[in-house]
Design a binder for this molecule. Structure first.
Ligand code: URA
Length: 298
């Protein structure tokens, strides 16, 4: 068949897609994601949007390429989904229903294993459709320090564990510098599946995962939360402030009545790109180390 496009053009097109992070083919029909994003802005629900971080002028901690519209294949939790690549999956729930379903599934989980099973069976987060793996946690099931990042990336999706790529290796070195190994910490993210093309997770996706994360925090029962990067800090601390304002200050996170000390800091992916910022991260790490040492042991 003559289409007017030769193999070289097709290869160039695929290379271009790969270079912008579009590494998944999920639909046969094209969708105008920019138009969809505009429509969603109009339909946005106020409480969720209030948490939406304004990202344009802030350092992008995760190093994820900026995308102003959902990547091809994204079905934000607020949309209904036409089954495409994974035609046997049930259609996505609406965002509010998905959050309720997540609360119900997560709330009653009495152990991390059960929480993991519930998460694996959960169909309310659109990220699951395009990710290969569920990335639950890495490290110890119970730990005095819980590290919470933004979202799994490519390496994490392949290995099914958070923070195993370049940023994760730097994170491990940072923790080692305050005498903590993988066995001393519990490492996770605000969303459990890799966003397509490594874009930031949307506030809706983070909201849907939040009941699982909240229960995970209760079950791990850490003394300190170390929150990496703006999206995670905004989601967990319920603020829209930039990371430079948030970092280095103690906040508290309410885990069903138990108050946990929480420190936001710079994301290791940002530190990889901005080595001069490591001085600030080091100060935050020292504060975290002192807080762990000061916390009463039971
Ligand atoms: N960046 C994150 O925020 N989390 C990961 O798991 C990996 C990279």
């Amino acid at each position: 068949m003559t289409t007017g496009i030769d193999k070289q053009d097709i290869r160039a097109l695929y290379e271009w897609y790969a270079s912008i992070g579009a590494d998944l083919d999920v639909a046969r029909e094209p969708t105008n994601w920019f138009e969809l994003a505009e429509r969603q802005k109009g339909e946005a629900r106020a409480p969720v949007q209030a948490r939406s971080p304004a990202r344009a002028t802030e350092p992008r901690p995760s190093g994820r390429p900026e995308m102003s519209a959902p990547a091809p294949g994204l079905h934000a939790a607020g949309q209904s989904r036409t089954p495409q690549r994974s035609g046997d999956r049930p259609a996505l729930l609406r965002s509010s229903e998905a959050v309720m379903a997540a609360r119900e599934a997560a709330g009653a989980a009495q152990s991390l294993d059960v929480l993991h099973e519930r998460l694996a069976a959960f169909e309310g987060c659109g990220l699951k459709a395009t990710a290969k793996s569920l990335c639950f946690y890495r490290g110890a099931p119970q730990a005095r320090l819980m590290v919470i990042g933004e979202a799994p990336g490519r390496d994490e999706d392949i290995q099914g564990k958070p923070f195993v790529g370049r940023a994760g290796r730097l994170l491990d070195k940072m923790l080692a510098a305050i005498n903590l190994s993988e066995n001393d910490v519990h490492i996770t993210n605000i969303v459990y599946w890799r966003p397509p093309g490594n874009r930031n997770p949307t506030p809706e996706e983070a909201e849907v995962c939040r009941p699982f994360l909240a229960r995970q925090i209760e079950l791990v029962a850490p003394d300190v939360l170390f929150i990496l990067g703006r999206p995670a800090a905004n989601q967990l601390l319920e603020t829209t402030q930039g990371i430079m304002k948030l970092r280095g200050k103690w906040r508290s996170f309410d885990a069903s009545g138990r108050s946990i000390r929480a420190m936001a800091s710079l994301h290791p992916a940002y530190l990889l790109r901005t080595p001069a910022a490591k001085r600030m991260a080091w100060r935050d790490l020292l504060a975290v180390r002192s807080a762990i040492d000061e916390a009463p042991t039971d």
